[in-house]
Design a protein around this ligand. Structure first.
Ligand SMILES: Cc1cc2nc3c(=O)[nH]c(=O)nc-3n(C[C@H](O)[C@H](O)[C@H](O)COP(=O)(O)O)c2cc1C
Length: 220
């Protein structure tokens, strides 16, 4: 009888041990079976940074504005080409009191303005200049200088921290001393290499503008 009891107790013990070892196996399976599930959110969250870089180029792209004055259209032609090639915004400097259409009379008026260090008033204004990193500034050479309305522009707007890319059209004088003048008027702006075109070149400025822009490396 004792032998029978011992056998039954031994069997009962064996059965209990077997049951315990099965339970451990199922517990150890739990973490491994949940591993793929927990990796799914990880892969989802790894997609989140993917969206961030796509918005970065827009934020970091240099936004550009073309500002120009033109009496007979040569500088305007160059300005339009820069706008076409860069997608920049544009602001035309228009005198509040329009200039005469008479060339000879204009020569006298411009000379007088220069002698008087005049600041002709500009019609309208630039909205939110802060948004622009690059400002292309174009004008004709008048009497070996910028037209005085360009001085009005530089007086009115602080271009500190911006890159100013100047362009000029002329009968042959080019910028004269106007690059140095700009550096004095906007000491905290970076004045880039300028583009100088003759009056006749201004009618077809495409390749000159392309070459200049690629040299500057500022395009949007
Ligand atoms: C008042 C006046 C003064 C000028 N002075 C000069 C000058 O000193 N040197 C020069 O090379 N061209 C001079 N020019 C010629 C202009 O710079 C040239 O025709 C220019 O391309 C005109 O540009 P716009 O058509 O944008 O007005 C002068 C023109 C005007 C109307």
């Amino acid at each position: 009888m004792k032998k029978v009891m011992t056998l039954m107790i031994t069997l009962a013990l064996l059965f209990t041990m077997a049951a315990c070892s099965n339970q451990n196996a199922s517990q150890s399976e739990d973490p491994s079976s949940s591993a793929p599930q927990s990796s799914e959110p990880t892969s989802e969250s790894s997609q989140a940074p993917f969206e961030t870089p796509s918005s970065e180029p827009e934020d970091s792209a240099a936004k550009a504005l073309v500002v120009y004055f033109s009496w007979s259209g040569n500088t305007e032609s160059v300005a339009n080409e820069i706008v076409a090639q860069t997608g920049a915004d544009v602001f035309e400097i228009t005198p509040a009191t329009p200039y005469t259409d008479d060339y000879d009379a204009l020569l006298d008026i411009a000379q007088e303005e220069k002698q008087n260090d005049a600041r002709p008033a500009i019609s309208g204004s630039i909205e939110n200049l802060d948004q622009y990193d690059v400002v292309y500034v174009g004008f004709p050479n008048w009497w070996g200088d910028m037209p005085m309305i360009l001085y009005s522009f530089f007086d009115a707007y602080d271009l500190s921290g911006k890159t100013v890319a100047p362009f000029v059209t002329s009968g042959g004088s080019g910028f004269s001393g106007s690059i140095n003048t700009m550096k004095t008027l906007e000491p905290d702006a970076t004045i880039a290499d300028g583009l100088s075109l003759g009056s006749s070149q201004a009618a077809n400025p495409g390749s000159a503008v392309t070459e200049w822009l690629s040299g500057l490396g500022l395009s949007e």
